[in-house]
Design a protein around this ligand. Structure first.
Ligand code: MRU
Length: 347
């Protein structure tokens, strides 16, 4: 089955409602900016590259029906729409990158009449989608060279088809390895509190015929000690200039465990996830989410005493010294990251 996470269809944004998975594969057709904002906030669409596409399509959605012929009014509205979308989630670099890409097309074509400009913005959003498809395949191609026949790989959250357009970053590496005939097994950390690993990664790997086993997050150390994990691959929400990497909360735990057990720990991400303005992980904003995600199981069952304090950061930062390599669409980056990231990202 072909899975397309997000696309522009019938003059609307069509996306898979990921909160319904694995029970139902349901699509949402979005034609209001406020609905897109909610969809991003509530993780109906999620994962850094998919958020880049959502943001770009969202900017177009927000301005496409503007009736004005006055460029000043148009630019003001473009600004308002961009800020509004940027306020939905703070950590994934791609969300801001998607907005910036669209706005820079508007800036470069200032003199054009507004109908022509809208068309250019639409085309840029479509390009972002097409480029994501090809950059994920590049990541797969480079990353698969690191995977051996019969490897068992541990992953966290969902850095697959559902986090991109149709192939994935960390999971793209595994899809490619499988396409090349390598026998691989995957352990997927369930990824508390919202269970992207259990609900989404297990679902899509199953759909694609990849051998997957779900574990609770606290089982990873035991599996590593038992020698059952050969590699860990995670995605990224934002990578700083020095290589420090923000990804789903729990990724840092896996990196520490990998280092202790001498297991290679890889990050897979397109260059659009790098933020060279962030010098280190300290400069990466970390989203804190609704406490009820922790105190209630998927908002259905209360599991903590009423009124107890809850802490719910959605991401953590893995320091660069724990990362064996970063697999990108422009090649595999190895330490020293402060030199090699700039070299590859600016290619
Ligand atoms: O909160 P989420 O589900 O958006 O978090 C997503 C992740 O942490 C992914 O690993 C990351 O965005 C990389 S996706 C290719």
């Amino acid at each position: 089955m072909k899975i397309t996470t997000i696309e522009w269809k019938n003059n609307k944004i069509r996306l898979i409602d990921q909160t319904k998975l694995p029970h139902k594969l349901e699509y949402l057709d979005i034609d209001k900016l406020e609905d897109l904002w909610q969809a991003i906030k509530l993780l109906k669409v999620r994962g850094a590259p998919a958020l880049g596409a959502a943001a770009a399509l969202g900017v177009y959605l927000g301005i496409k029906d503007l009736k004005t012929k006055d460029p000043a009014v148009f630019n003001k509205e473009l600004d308002r729409v961009s800020h509004y979308i940027a306020g939905s989630r703070p950590t994934a670099r791609n969300l801001f990158w998607g907005i910036e890409k669209i706005c820079s097309v508007a800036r470069k074509n200032k003199g054009k009449d507004l109908a022509a400009l809208k068309k250019l913005l639409y085309e840029e959003a479509c390009r972002i989608i097409e480029n994501d498809k090809s950059s994920c395949r590049k990541i797969g191609e480079y990353g698969s060279r690191l995977i051996k026949d019969n490897d068992t790989v541990l992953t966290i959250c969902n850095a697959g088809i559902l986090a991109t357009i149709d192939y994935g970053t960390a999971l793209g590496v595994l899809y490619r390895a499988k396409e090349e005939g390598k026998k691989i097994k995957v352990f997927s950390c369930e990824t508390r509190p919202l269970l992207q690993g259990a609900r989404l990664t297990a679902w899509e790997l199953n759909q694609k015929g990849v051998d997957v086993t779900v574990i609770c997050d606290n089982m990873a150390a035991t599996l590593m000690r038992q020698g059952k994990i050969n590699k860990v691959i995670a995605g990224a929400d934002r990578i700083a200039a020095n290589g420090d990497t923000a990804n789903k909360i729990g990724t840092y735990n896996l990196a520490v465990l990998s280092s202790y057990h001498k297991i290679p720990f890889y990050i897979a991400a397109p260059v659009s996830t790098f933020d060279l303005r962030a010098q280190s992980g300290k400069d990466i904003p970390i989203e804190e989410r609704d406490p009820r995600e922790v105190s209630e199981l998927l908002f259905k069952r209360v599991i903590a005493p009423k009124g107890v304090k809850i802490f719910n950061p959605a991401f953590d930062v893995t320091p660069r010294n724990l990362i064996s390599a970063i697999i990108t669409d422009k090649g595999v980056i190895r330490p020293p990251y402060n030199l090699n990231i700039k070299r590859i990202v600016r290619l």
